[in-house]
Design a protein around this ligand. Structure first.
Ligand code: UD1
Ligand code: CA
Length: 453
């Protein structure tokens, strides 16, 4: 396929969002709308990208800069045609130019490939994507002759009552031959109700100078959905959610309640894993096979092995080994490495720690800045006291240690292999191997005390 360059229009203010933030930076699945568009163009192999910025240009540039992107400024928003004129220096005569909008985050690689292939096959001067919609109000309408040939686009505000009924609309996505776009832009005027330079007017100009103009009617109208308001942002999110969930289900993942399951685009999930309701899986999370995830669980940038059960839990930037059982109500904070078969039970918080295979932390425990070995039992209410008010210190607990209930391990401190810590101890000095450490006041009995009081 001939090489192509991409222009993305993103100068508009997006007033209907009612936001301090530029419209194209509003996020779907933790990624700005415009980044979804950039990704689709990059996946199709665009040679380079030029983004037309205007409203809050600096903020937009800062959020999306990369080496392959150049920016041009449209100081006044005088229309989509005027926006493309700002990118005149980016156009090349013998290259195809793809035009996209920064507010159509559902655009797919497949739909762009279809347009590029159509453009080449038909040898068009310009190809436009149209869609058949139930409510064509607000869009440009596609006018065809009686044989069905493309004649022109008419904007809703300029259309007659009869033209307003036409359900074939302009999605606003085009592929131009560079030379034809340049010529047509130089002839564009703003003689219309809005006094704007309309990019779609170039189609009629190209047709009049005997170029080939054809509209590809899309079969995937969702892909061209434009977001102008927060209501539409939620609609777009729901469409993307549905697409992602469907892909996982087709790959062998059970999702009990797809509508209450939000999975980011880059997440990987193994076969026969079951996702329970109200689960959010974010970032670059990878989940193995045969796991049970949720209900009510949020995982961010996690790596999770096979056969793991994790429920009512929040976990971030950590690793969980095979067959571990986590939750309900566990909180796994960044930089934990939790081994195979570990149990992290209810109301347990783990942070910046390693926990060896087979260790049990069943309930009400804080493990922070700790290196815990294998087959340890942490009793209920164990606490690693890692913070002295100014610095964090590490606790080391070696293999096969038994930590009695309600123990404080005051770091820096090491408990050697096979030792027992008596319940209620506050351990401030290192504990050698295979001993019992008791660090609490002895019990006293005062005879007859209660009768006297
Ligand atoms: C445009 C099309 C319409 C099409 C619709 C599809 C025109 C004149 N009309 O209408 O045929 O059906 O999209 O959604 O093109 N922008 C700039 N600079 C400007 C004006 C717009 O960068 O001066 C950008 C906006 O930020 C936005 C995009 O271009 O990303 C579309 O602009 P918008 O004003 O929303 O066009 P529509 O009226 O929706
Ligand atoms: Ca629009």
């Amino acid at each position: 396929m001939k090489s192509f360059k991409t222009i993305i229009l993103a100068a508009g203010e997006g007033t209907r969002m009612k936001s301090k933030k530029p419209k194209v930076l509003h996020e779907l699945f933790h990624t700005p709308m415009i980044s979804h568009v950039i990704k689709a163009a990059e996946c199709c192999g665009t040679e380079s990208l030029c983004i037309v910025v205007g409203h809050k240009a600096e903020e937009v540039k800062k959020a999306i800069s990369n080496d392959n992107i150049s920016f041009v400024l449209q100081e006044q928003q005088l229309g989509t045609g005027h926006a493309v004129m700002q990118a005149m220096d980016f156009l090349e005569d013998d290259k195809n130019i793809l035009i996209l909008y920064g507010d159509t985050p559902l655009i797919t690689k497949e739909s762009l490939q279809e347009l590029l292939a159509f453009h080449e096959k038909e040898n068009n001067s310009v190809s436009i994507v149209s869609a058949i919609v139930e409510n064509p109000s607000g869009y440009g309408h596609i006018i065809r002759d009686e044989k069905g040939n493309f004649l022109k686009n008419i904007e809703h505000k300029d259309a007659s009552e009869q033209q307003k009924q036409i359900k074939e609309i302009n999605t606003g996505i085009y592929c131009f031959k560079g030379s034809e776009l340049k010529k047509a832009l130089s002839k564009l005027t703003n003689h219309n109700t809005q006094g704007e330079y309309y990019l779609p007017d170039t189609l009629e100009i190209i047709l009049q100078s005997s170029g080939r103009v054809n509209a590809l009617v899309t079969t995937d109208a969702d892909a061209f959905f434009g977001v102008n308001s927060r209501v539409q942002l939620a609609e777009a999110t729901a469409i993307m959610q549905n697409r992602i969930n469907q892909k996982h289900m087709e790959n062998g993942v059970t999702i009990i309640a797809p509508q209450s399951t939000w999975i980011d685009a880059n997440v990987e999930i193994g076969q026969d894993t079951i996702i329970q309701p109200n689960t959010i899986i974010e970032g670059n999370t990878i989940i193995g096979e045969d796991c049970m995830v949720g209900p009510n669980t949020k995982l961010t940038d996690m790596e999770i092995g096979n056969g793991v059960q994790i429920q009512y839990t929040s976990a971030t930037s950590s690793f969980i080994g095979n067959n571990a059982i986590v939750g309900p109500f566990a909180y796994i904070r960044p930089d934990c490495h939790i081994g195979d078969g570990v149990k992290v039970g209810d109301f347990v918080e783990v942070k910046n720690s390693t926990v060896g295979n087979g260790t049990k932390i069943p309930h009400l425990t804080y493990i922070g800045d700790t290196d815990a070995g294998e087959k340890i039992n942490f009793g209920c209410g164990s606490i690693t006291v890692n913070y002295d008010g100014s610095k964090k210190h590490r606790t080391v607990v070696e293999d096969n240690v038994f930590v009695g209930c309600n123990t404080n391990l005051v770091a820096p401190v090491t408990v050697k292999k096979g030792s027992y810590i008596a319940a209620g101890s506050t351990i401030t000095k290192n504990v050698p191997e295979d001993v019992l450490a008791v660090a609490r006041a002895r019990q006293q009995i005062i005879e007859g005390w209660s009768k006297k009081h």
